[in-house]
Design a protein around this ligand. Structure first.
Ligand SMILES: CC(=O)SCCNC(=O)CCNC(=O)[C@H](O)C(C)(C)COP(=O)(O)OP(=O)(O)OC[C@H]1O[C@@H](n2cnc3c(N)ncnc32)[C@H](O)[C@@H]1OP(=O)(O)O
Ligand SMILES: O=C([O-])CC(=O)C(=O)O
Length: 394
């Protein structure tokens, strides 16, 4: 009997130089730098540069990346049209997935030989930067059109995080909010071989193109066991209502064997390395918006759940309420994760392309024993092949 590794738990499938998740020390390094240090000191654009190039940018390199990002910020008419074809009741992750697919079809138009689809490393780096630049307008427009509002043009005088908030809300955000948002983007950027990144690598391993890999990754991220959990956390908060309702709510939820969204992790079993940084950002927002009841509910649910189950919060737990306080609709939370994770995904796609092996594991068959269609007579070619196989097997 084969040794089945259900869910590939504990299986090491390849090397990566992009990030290191260490559950023993609860640490996360991007290209060697602790994520907490990056979140406290860097703009998201610099972390994106680090992800793709392996080093933090010099001033000039950062200025160049920012110039390219600004040049590709605006929603193009083609992408807007692709989004507008969808019902406003479509889930925004489906909207983002469709928009990226439309960008891919447009940018690779004219490549008719499938062997050329993969592109060169230089082309793929440029495609990555353009997707990174385009996603905020897509996410912001999604929220606005659901609210019946027009798209807001990007502002050239604002950095990535401030401009993202500007395009979403049509007003300049307070620096405290911009800082919390920038930190959240950095924390969400990369996490080794998580389900969506692995999906992107599987697609890339067939020599498909970068856009197809990103579209697949978006599909994987949508699920509530992965990125969709930040949206689900807000539903939990809405259900519970107030801090004093936590214990009775939890009694019922656990009796029904419900999974509590925003808790637990496949790799971290003693807490997620990113949570303290995001919790501090949430506390700053709670103070800024004067919403102590949010912190009370957060703290109560965390302590009740940890004491009963010994399962700790993951990054989606603090980021859900933080995005809610910033004014994002609950449905927009996972698309925000996409806008950040595009950096990690694309770095992994380029890494996979650089040292590729088709990803194709094995399975142990447990279906019915061999059986036959009555009256079927194999043709000569199949009879010959069966004889050859028997001979080879000895
Ligand atoms: C950014 C991210 O993507 S982080 C992940 C976001 N996802 C979530 O927050 C969803 C909720 N959490 C979960 O479903 C899980 O913790 C996962 C899927 C993230 C990781 O789980 P796995 O490593 O596959 O462990 P698994 O789901 O088998 O859980 C092990 C045990 O802990 C329990 N458990 C794990 N997480 C939770 C939870 N959030 N609520 C209740 N019970 C839980 C399971 O029911 C299981 O119990 P059992 O052994 O009695 O059957
Ligand atoms: O690593 C994982 O399995 C999920 C996760 O936290 C992430 O992708 O950020």
């Amino acid at each position: 009997m084969a040794d089945i590794k259900k869910g590939l738990a504990g299986v090491v499938v390849d090397y990566t130089a992009i990030s290191k998740v260490n559950p023993e020390t609860n640490s996360l390094l991007y290209r060697g730098y602790p994520v907490q240090e990056l979140a406290a000191t860097q703009p998201f654009e610099a972390v994106a540069y680090l992800m793709w190039n392996g080093e933090l940018p010099t001033e000039q390199q950062l200025a160049d990346l920012r110039a390219t990002e600004r040049a590709h910020r605006a929603l193009t008419p083609e992408v807007k049209q692709a989004i507008d074809l969808l019902p406003t009741s479509a889930h925004p992750m489906d909207e983002v997935r469709t928009a990226v697919s439309a960008i891919g079809a447009t940018e690779t138009a004219g490549i008719t030989n499938v062997l050329d689809a993969v592109g060169t490393p230089e082309e793929n780096l440029e495609r990555s930067v353009r997707l990174f630049a385009a996603l905020p307008a897509i996410v912001a427009y999604g929220q606005r059109r659901r609210r019946g509002e027009e798209a807001v043009e990007p502002r050239d005088d604002l950095d990535y995080a401030a401009n993202f908030l500007w395009m979403t809300f049509g007003e300049e955000a307070d620096p405290v909010v911009v800082d919390a948002f920038n930190r959240s983007m950095i924390l969400y950027a990369e996490h080794s071989f998580n389900a969506s990144t692995f999906t992107a690598r599987v697609i890339t391993s067939t020599l498909s193109d970068l856009y197809s890999a990103v579209v697949g990754a978006i599909g994987a991220l949508k699920g509530p066991l992965h990125g969709g959990a930040n949206e689900a956390v807000l539903h939990v908060f809405d259900e519970i209502g107030t801090a004093d309702n936590v214990a009775p709510w939890l009694d019922e939820a656990l009796a029904e064997k419900r999974k509590i969204m925003g808790f637990g992790h496949r790799v971290y079993k003693r807490g997620d390395s990113r949570v303290p940084t995001m919790k501090t950002a949430l506390d700053t927002l709670v103070e800024h918006y004067d919403r102590p009841e949010v912190a009370a509910l957060y703290d109560n649910l965390e302590s009740e759940f940890v004491s009963r189950k010994g399962i700790y919060p993951n990054l989606d737990y603090p980021s859900g309420p933080a995005y809610n306080l910033m004014g994002f609709d609950t449905l927009t939370f996972t698309p925000l994760f996409v806008a950040s994770r595009i950096t990690g995904w694309t770095a992994h796609i380029i890494e996979q392309q650089g040292d590729n092996a088709l990803i194709r594991p094995l399975s142990e068959y447990n279906g019915p024993d061999e059986r036959h269609i009555e009256g079927y007579v194999p043709d000569a070619a199949n009879l010959e092949a069966a004889e050859r196989a028997e001979e080879a097997a000895g």
